[in-house]
Design a protein around this ligand. Sequence first.
Ligand code: TSB
Ligand code: ZN
Length: 649
Amino acid sequence: MEKIQVRLPDEKSLEVLPGLKIQELSASLGMNSNVIAAKIDGVLVDLDRPLSRDCALDWIPLDSAEGLDILRHSTAHLMAQAVQSLFPGTQVTIGPTIEDGFYYDFKRDKSFTPEEIDRIEARMRELAALNLKVNREEMPRQSAVELFRALGEEYKVAILEEIPDETVSLYRQGDWVDLCRGPHVPSTGIIRAFRLTGVAGAYWRGDEKNEMLQRIYGTSFPSEEALREHLRLLEEAKKRDHRRLGTELGLFMISEAVGPGLPLWLPKGAIVRSILERYIVDLERSQGYQHVYTPQLARIDLYKMSGHWDHFKDNMYPPIRFENKEELVLRPMNCPHHIMIYQHELHSYRDLPLRIAELGTMYRYERSGVLSGLSRVRAMTLNDAHIFCTPEQIKSETVRVLQLIERVYRDFGFTDYWYRLSLRDPKDKAKFVDNDAMWENAESCLRQALSEVGIPHKEAFGEAAYYGPKIDVQLNDVLGHSETLSTVQLDFYLPERFGLEYVDKDGQRKRPVMVHRGVISTMERMMAFLIEHYAGNFPLWLAPVQVKVMTVTDNQKDYAHKVFEELKSMGWRVELDERNEKLGYKIREAQIAKVPYAVVIGDKEKRDQTISPRRRGGENLQPMSVKAFVEMLKAEVARELGHQQSAQS
Ligand code: TSB
Ligand code: ZN
């Protein structure tokens, strides 16, 4: 028999007999058992696939991204096998991997109880311990239809009926079988460290007109340690979850009657928001930004002119028509309004850069599946600005924005973030404006600005705005997932569309460039980040309630009132708790509300005209005068803001 050439990852070539299985080759090479799958010419395959032609071979270790994905999908199979052995009559549907784990959707009339989930997990451990071999099988599609029909698996039959291929693959382990592309781990014993993490209802094919299925979520890792670490981070993420804390701390709410993605800010959240707004507007004014107010509606033609209607329509609410008048749209972005302000006057080069800023409220139709608390919403207010400048000013303006972002992140104590250069997908002519020269120029400008500031970055294709490339700042959460907070976007397109001009030194009319930028993002997303970043423990300058004054008994009510009024008149955000409750109870309540200082007033304090402050963390301070306390608070705020600004003006 003629031998075939197999090129290994280290570029060495081997001659082997056709029909040799990949795992036989890996065993003969003494590869460690960490390898759970392979790639033949870039295509993922099982280890028991025979080699049949000259090819390049790659190993897929368990702890690689692809290995982990295979492991998790195999764990989903194991779970489905366990479910069907424990609950006969339950039908399988689909079971994909997702970020950090997997799920499987089952057709069953009842949902799974926590006890049933425990039993499923226990059965999975038994099946894993049997170390069942996982076998791939190929058959004509029609035979597979008959097989699954005989098993009573209507959903698999429905899926098969939509597959165009003539041949399909099945995976068997023990007496259990599933329709699947694979690949899978070679045997169930490799699945060692897993946990079922939740249940939910889900519609067949995600369509609410269809019947409800029962979804079970789980996750799986190469080792117990990795699983334990992940579960620990999940706990931590749960503790910080802004949706939970937002409710507990009375910051915001979502009302079913108002609608999904349309959050309502409660009084305490509104206080934090107004501090944020004042902070960023003051900072921007000091840096030469001019703030404006513009309406949240505009004639649809404005958005046809800007290209939003062509490129961003999927994210826009449908137009509103009133009687037979013109159509209006809710704006998904503020840029066109700011462009109108630019065009209101003829500008000379001396006016540039012109920095038009607004806390601009806008609306985007986000799919209901991606909505999440305050971090992804449909009604939002963006810390927006559009900088109109000459081509020569692009670099310096971009650098200034990057420096502003760094400054703001210092004030909030953000350290876990990275820069992403978001580029277009050159093949996607529908999503991104079609003009190669423009994109190349804009990208090179942004690269220059990044290298000027010396900021390392990653690149991402397909993440640009339709009008130009962006530098996005990605903030990580405890699970290591990132989301965009700040953005700087370079745009040659909108100035062209609107025919923007300025008169240059030589008297010639020239075209300005636009830099779109958001520093603290939308108030909604920023608030979501802050809640999670501080785990609800807002620093003093941001805390909705900074001080809680509390009496020990009714005997100190008059003095406590005086202290409360004094602090309040100085602008501190203070509450008074003079209820007839135990002091320990009052302190605990203040702690749960995450108030930075509890100020205790007993007989001794009343007599000495002092107060006894207690820090949120539990530290009791020596009794002091109100004046000394206020000096201490002021110093703390100054420290938090690097002495540059005081929240108490
Ligand atoms: C910066 N025209 C530009 C603007 O001038 C613009 O709108 N850019 S954007 O589309 O990238 O949005 C700006 C920022 O808003 C994003 O970086 C992100 O932080 C935030 N954001 C976007 N969509 C949402 C949403 N659905 N919910 C909350 N915040 C959002
Ligand atoms: Zn914009």
